[in-house]
Design a protein around this ligand. Structure first.
Ligand code: URA
Length: 257
């Protein structure tokens, strides 16, 4: 196995919440390795989703992956998180909010000042626009949907200083909790808001402009990428609004028709 393959495989188990992986010792090499019961089928389209087809061959994984994972357990596991530097400047961890059985999940980048103060995602200006986008578009399309019917969370759960973009290691560490949230909810579709969310979920380096408007996938769950509401708030980006509304229409009809 190449170094990259090993790394990808370890990331896959990390996504599942596995904290310890033991290399098989020669003495136990004939035993059937224990693997997680919960391994979701990785999507073949996504290059960044590790594909542990023959994981059993080299690694023994203790059953630390949560078997019946749920949002409370994930929140408990996050605890008073100090796993990365973002904890230093936060007031509150912003875990996520909404319907734990939502058919649609929106994923943003990370909390801003308002979110950090209230402990809830998307409650500032961008959040108000997101609520309008969700409820306004649904209403226009004849779909009875309120913000509380969907689930909303972020890639990183602590506010980055000065609202800077989360760094790769921060995204990697906090991303394992995002993946667990998505896996626990297993919505009918995911809407990634902006390129940080797209990058975390799809493992792509492509920007929103190239990704939006088409169906992608995270572990067999359809993903739509659209503009982050903060981007749409800037006066010079008004053209993007129509595209964002189109993306939203598409995902809402897919999920709720
Ligand atoms: N921007 C985000 O990405 N997330 C929030 O929760 C608020 C603003």
């Amino acid at each position: 196995m190449t170094k990259d393959e090993v790394r990808n495989r370890l990331l896959f188990y990390q996504d599942l919440g596995v904290k310890t992986i033991y290399r098989r010792s020669p003495a136990t090499s004939n035993q059937k390795p224990e693997t997680s019961q919960q391994s979701p089928a990785p999507s073949p389209q996504l290059p960044a989703t590790p594909q542990p087809r023959s994981a059993a061959a080299e690694l023994v994984v203790l059953p630390l992956a949560p078997v019946h994972d749920n949002l409370s357990k994930i929140s408990e596991d996050i605890g008073d998180c100090k796993r990365c530097r973002l904890h230093e400047g936060r007031n509150r961890i912003v875990f996520g909010s909404g319907n734990a059985q939502a058919r649609l999940v929106f994923v943003g980048e990370g909390p801003g000042a308002d979110e950090d103060e209230q402990g809830l995602p998307f409650v500032g200006r961008a959040g108000q626009l997101l609520t309008q986008m969700i409820e306004g578009t649904a209403h226009k399309e004849g779909i009875p949907l309120k913000r509380q019917d969907v689930y909303i969370c972020n890639v990183v759960k602590c506010r980055p200083p000065e609202n800077r973009t989360p760094q790769p290691d921060e995204m990697e560490i906090c991303g394992q909790f995002l993946f667990r949230q998505l896996q626990a909810i297993r919505p009918k579709a995911i809407c990634a808001l902006g390129s940080t969310a797209a990058k975390a979920i799809l493992g792509t380096k492509e920007g929103v402009m190239r990704l939006r408007g088409r169906w992608l996938e995270w572990r067999d769950i359809p993903v739509i990428v659209t503009y982050h509401p903060s981007y749409l708030l800037r006066p010079y980006n008004q053209n993007a609004k129509k595209e964002a509304w189109d993306d939203l229409k598409k995902v809402l009809h897919y999920v709720y028709d």
